[in-house]
Design a protein around this ligand. Structure first.
Ligand code: GLY
Length: 566
């Protein structure tokens, strides 16, 4: 059976049983900033388990079905075996107060046995722990369906969630089928979201988070698409299915998996970087490069073709750029690696990530002193932190160049809103990643398209003007007199750091301290003054085109803008 046929079969099966088909969410989670990537189908629906009526408001339905793109890199070392992938699709049906265990289990059984003609090898149920009882109800439902079925009890593995820092979670029942090697593979996880956990899964496992009962039982199921395909197509591993191009060696499989994951991540707007999502992407591309003697171009093309008409995968240029850089790094670093193996020097001078050094060392049977590396890194970080005390307070998640540009754009945006919309607009929260900036601000109405356009134009005009961005330390009182923008609720010392955009070029404070003192910040024609620790670009010319991606409400009287530099 072809992959697309199974995707459609799944969606249609649940559609005909009262589910609304919802498109896959982005791999970059929208609502939940505590997770880097979308790792499960339920993530885009998290809020509905606590507020089921909102599902009716948003989807006109209590039950929905999706084929969700997912990234999981926790098991990256196992990628290349028969079942592990860093990018995969997940088939899932979800209910927010529409149905419970009986329907969820029956639908799954019917789909697996009647629609796909597969044989279930066994199922699991939760054995109970703490306030969560043994799942006798699921056992009885399975028994009624098939009295000969092998039903096994399990513990922590069959309690699912929450994702991120808190959220719905609950006991599960899993379905296992045999693959062509005769091994049992878990293919479907049916979660009964009956609890809300006030901490992460890690905290829950350590006894540091609490469960409380949700008012409404929710259903969340996840079926790994590639694993299912392998079984349905009678293949021995996921790389032999038609969402791959039959990769034979472990190396080829890793390359194919990593390129695929990278293409999907890039298509959702992430670029390689040194932190967060950008770093995961960089690591995937670099690993692919490392395992591949050939340029990646051919494989990239093959993978794009496999998904033609199903997913739009573009921007492979980002992979090729990173590949080029990293092949050069590799060449230099490898020479250094052969000479000695100081992981810290390899990292700081040659850009060798620790895991790469460790992988190389493992292949060559060499020991690396990780403790020494960690110690040196900690010292290194302490030094750079001391150099930037007080910086990055204003919601910056990390420090790379794009983040710094977005930080400056953030100041321009606030000034634009005050100039175009209302001079009294105040900022109420901000967050900047290397991909976008986000600003919450007080405003009593939804911005019109015309207003958004005017704000964009204003910011872009200031970018084009090439205005200097200047930092000055001054007494708090003086800064207040100038009307510098303050962070809401922040307490400031007597002497503060203030950033001016558009001050006259001659007051650029790059010079010596004496000159700094004698310059008047008011001499220039600035468009923005903010209390801020920086860092910022030196001149607005360093920013590319500013674009508002989204404008929405976050609470009564508070709007949120997400914007990018394209
Ligand atoms: N949310 C269910 C799963 O990912 O297995």
């Amino acid at each position: 059976m072809e992959s697309n046929e199974i995707r459609n079969k799944f969606l249609k099966f649940f559609e005909s049983r009262g589910h609304k088909i919802i498109p896959s969410a982005s791999l970059v989670p929208e609502g939940d900033i505590s997770v880097l990537f979308t790792t499960a189908g339920m993530q885009q629906f998290k809020e509905y388990y606590s507020a089921p009526l909102n599902a009716i408001r948003d989807f006109g339905a209590k039950n929905v079905v999706t084929v969700q793109k997912c990234i999981r890199t926790g098991d990256i070392d196992e990628v290349g075996d028969a079942t592990h992938l860093s990018f995969f699709e997940m088939l899932g049906n979800f209910s927010f107060g529409g149905y419970g265990r009986q329907e969820a289990i029956t639908y799954a059984y019917e789909f697996i046995t009647h629609e796909l003609g597969l044989t279930i090898s066994f199922v699991t149920i939760y054995k109970g722990e703490g306030i969560v009882p043994k799942d006798e109800e699921s056992r009885n439902i399975w028994k009624d369906i098939d009295s000969n079925l092998d039903i096994r009890e399990d513990g922590a593995d069959v309690f699912w969630g929450p994702t991120g820092n808190s959220g719905p979670c609950g006991p599960t029942t899993e379905i296992y089928c045999k693959n062509a090697n005769g091994e049992d593979v878990e293919i479907w996880n049916i979660v009964f979201n009956e609890y809300f956990c006030d901490g992460s899964r890690e905290k829950l496992d350590k006894g540091e988070a609490k469960l409380s009962k949700l008012e409404t039982l929710g259903i969340d199921t996840g079926m790994g698409f590639e694993r299912l395909l392998a079984i349905a197509e009678g293949k021995k591993n996921v790389y032999d299915t038609d969402v791959f191009n039959s990769e034979n060696t472990r190396e080829d499989r890793i390359i194919a998996d990593h390129i695929k994951a990278s293409l999907f991540i890039i298509s959702d707007g992430v670029i390689p970087g040194n932190t967060g999502r950008g770093y995961v992407l960089r690591r995937l591309i670099r690993r692919a490069v490392r395992f591949s003697k050939e340029p990646l171009a051919n494989k990239i093309e093959t993978i794009k073709n496999l998904y033609k008409g199903i997913y739009n995968l573009d921007d492979e240029k980002e992979i090729e750029k990173e590949e080029k850089k990293f092949r050069e790094t590799l060449e230099h670093g490898m020479k250094e690696f052969e000479k000695g193996h100081d992981a810290f020097t390899l990292f700081t001078t040659y850009g060798f990530p620790l895991e790469l050094t460790l992988e190389l060392a493992k292949e060559k049977g060499i020991e690396i002193d990780v403790e020494d590396f960690n110690k040196k890194i900690a010292e290194h970080q302490k030094l750079s932190q001391t150099a930037s005390v007080g910086m990055f307070k204003g919601g910056l998640a990390n420090h790379n160049e794009q983040t710094i540009r977005l930080h400056t754009a953030h100041h321009l945006l606030l000034a634009a809103l005050q100039t175009i919309i209302n001079k009294d607009i105040k900022q109420r929260g901000s967050n900047i990643t290397e991909e976008r900036l986000r600003m919450d601000f007080l405003c009593d109405h939804k911005l019109t398209d015309e207003e958004k356009k005017k704000v964009e134009d204003w910011v872009n005009e200031k970018i084009k003007l090439g205005l200097n961005v200047v930092r000055r330390e001054m007494p708090l009182i003086e800064a207040q007199k100038l009307g510098a923008e303050m962070e809401f609720g922040a307490k400031y010392p007597d002497v503060v750091s203030v950033y001016f955009i558009g001050d006259s070029p001659k007051s650029d404070l790059g010079a010596n301290a004496k000159e700094k003192k004698s310059l008047s910040p008011t001499s220039g024609n600035h468009v923005s003054i903010e209390f801020c620790g920086g860092p910022h670009v030196k001149n607005t010319r360093e920013l590319s085109e500013f674009k508002i991606q989204k404008e929405e409400a976050v609470a009564a009287g508070i709007r949120r803008i997400k914007a990018v530099l394209v």
